[in-house]
Design a protein around this ligand. Structure first.
Ligand SMILES: C[S@@+](CC[C@H](N)C(=O)[O-])C[C@H]1O[C@@H](n2cnc3c(N)ncnc32)[C@H](O)[C@@H]1O
Length: 264
């Protein structure tokens, strides 16, 4: 195994979201030279570059993302390096039928995008796993930022916002729990299943820092805003919440790692 100091493609240290999730993925991934890996929801290459360096020229990494801009960005970073790594555009919920099988399938921060048919999406991936192969996926599981959602819920009750509250609860219910995710792999007959959560504290201050926090705004706070039909009311509501940050810190994300092995 290469030491981190010898790596040319370590996980980026300045990335405060993808890198901690990828670190937890790597705790469970059995990685070594010569493996053929499919990395889904690959974005701009976390952890595809890291994986490619570890499988080496006798291995292969195919990194797929739905968004062509992400693929273009990853290819620009790659240039002519690591020629056994390829970035392509594809929907991981409907992989091309002629795609071969792989020794490992990884997906860092991927499970959130399996909607609407999550089990089918997982099944589709597992169909591309070689016998004896391993799949490892990560996502922020139910319980992520629970202290904030509790405060939002209390405030919706206090302000008599039943419709907004009902819609917000629907968003929350969409977030899979660690137990639900384990069930997906069990239902597909995988073996040696692990479904583990690693807490990660996300630091923020009150006001603008909270409202425009890059990790909170995309995908998390947006759920609260989208629960309101009246966006002026949403802004006013969230401004109030943002002033109370000290009441609901620490903000803890649950990094959920889901791993399983296909029977040999
Ligand atoms: C949160 S990012 C994670 C990217 C990368 N794995 C990382 O850790 O930085 C999720 C990625 O999933 C991609 N994505 C969303 N839905 C997808 C789908 N159905 N198929 C493939 N990629 C998808 C997005 O374009 C985005 O790049």
């Amino acid at each position: 195994m290469m030491t981190d100091r010898a790596l040319r493609w370590p996980l980026p240290k300045h990335d405060y979201w993808s890198t901690p999730f990828a670190e937890s993925l790597l705790l469970h991934l059995d990685l070594g030279p010569g493996l053929r890996i499919l990395d889904v929801a690959s974005g701009h290459g976390i952890p595809a570059f890291y994986l490619a360096e570890h499988v080496g020229p006798t291995g292969q990494v195919l990194a797929l993302d739905l968004n062509q801009h992400q693929v273009a960005r990853a290819r620009a970073i790659q240039g002519s390096q690591l020629p056994w790594l390829r970035f392509d555009c594809a929907d991981m919920r409907a992989l091309p039928a002629d795609l071969p099988t792989f020794d490992r399938i990884t997906g860092n921060l991927s499970v959130m995008f399996f909607r609407p048919k999550r089990v089918e999406a997982v099944r589709g991936l597992i169909e591309h796993l070689t016998p004896g192969g391993q799949i490892v996926l990560t996502f922020p599981s139910l319980g992520t930022f629970a202290s904030l959602w509790q405060r939002v819920d209390q405030e919706m009750v206090r302000r008599s916002l039943p419709r907004e509250r009902a819609r917000f609860q629907e968003y929350l219910a969409e977030r899979p729990s660690v137990h639900e995710a384990r069930g997906w792999l069990e239902s597909q007959g995988l073996e040696r299943i692990e479904a583990v959560e690693y807490p990660l504290e996300v630091a923020t201050g009150p006001g603008h820092e909270f409202l425009y926090h890059p990790l909170l705004r995309g995908g998390f706070l947006d759920d609260v805003y989208e629960s309101f039909e009246d966006q002026n009311l949403a802004d006013q509501f969230m401004t109030g919440i943002s002033e109370e940050v000290p009441r609901f810190v620490p903000l803890i994300a649950q990094r959920c790692v889901l791993s399983g092995w296909a029977g040999a």
